[in-house]
Design a protein. Sequence first.
Length: 489
Amino acid sequence: MPKSVIIIGGGIAGLSAGCYAQMNGFDSKIYEMHEVSGGLCTSWQRKGFTFDLSVRWLVGSSLKSKLHPLWEELGVAQDKQFINHTSYNHALDERGERFISYTDPDKLREHMLSLSPEDERLITAITNDLKKLRNMDIPIELRIRDLITLFPMVRMFRKYSMPVSELAEQFNNQVLRNLFTYALTWHDQSAITLLWTLALMGAGNAGYPIGGSRPLAQAIEERYLTLGGNISYRSRVKKILVENDAAVGIKLADGTEKRGDIVLSAADGYTTIFKWLDGKYVNNRIKGLYNTLEPYPPLVYVSLGISDHYPSESREICFPIKTPIKIGEEETSYLALENRSYDNTLAPEGKTVFTVRIPTTYDYWAALEDKKDEYFAEKRRIEEAVINALSELYPDIKNKVEVADTTTPLTFVRYYGNWRGSYSGWQLTKKSMPEVFRMPKTLPGLSNFYMVGHWVIPGGGLSSVAFAARAAVKLMCKNEKMRFVTTKP
């Protein structure tokens, strides 16, 4: 009789883990607190417009990529159309100077030299490293011989583990210094995160899947259900049940208990470890991870349905605004605008979706959680401020906004359970980099339990959590003395 696996969370990590569990003969069931699957990989409809929260590119989109078989196993890659962008974005400064982050390293080098010939040495070094990164790939199976091939990648990751602003400071030219910072980060991420993305785009291995998040999540959900899996929606977990230091099931918010041979949490890491398990199964290392690593910041995400189409504009443009937008004690003087005209499935014909992401602080929004009138008034205020700021680029934009919708850190907590409203998991930094392939997927002293998701692999992204889910089920098979197998639809 197959062993039963309870999976907490129906995001990409949970769905992926469910697929691999089913492929290997386990009898799994996913318990998802929301009414749809996909977790953060989601979108929603407003007056005919689709507002997408997640997908901007998918690592492993190239047929040549070593990660591509993973998306084939999960039913995503089949018949999927991808757009390969020629630039990551455009950035403007106060004087109207423009920086274009071309995905072609040679074109990027030429463009950067036109802005700052005096920085030729650094520009050449960066673009040469982009060429090296472009040719690097992460294998789907991490065997010993594969780890040896990853050493050059590890060295490159360490070299650029500093914040983007720190790398930008190495430029002599002030204009290029500012534009480089504006273009490659909307909060001060690690430089390797952005350079790696730029390199993957240049290799045609980080294409945008037409349709965005929901079709991608639905493809994995369909694959899971076809493999015999089961999903229970609106099933919020309150506790992980433990007997004799073994996970034996879960208790739901309505008081019902569900029993299983194995429990796998694809939910928020902090909630799993310190709330559902009362912090009983930790060591100093795990405590240290949650005390010292940096999560991606919470954000305010403003989506606008626009009664116009801008196919000739950059997919993303970063620009300074005359009147800073203040949220709590934080002030934003630079906006990153994403123009979704490249995907005509997201809006009615001749129209498009604009989105703006603004980093914020969780505590400010947490204080508004029980003040509904103030909370919604603040959302409306920010929407108006964003539209006013966009009118600096598009003077007639106010008359073209058909619908506006704003998500906040509280949205991320309410629907996705993310710790302190983070939009992903751990950032890839100098501290977190050593943990990329060795962050624990089990907890000390607790048997029959596994963890997956963006809290067990720094860097975030869909490919990371799907990769981690595959690895966790492989570990599960090893512990059950079973041969790990995969299939493709």
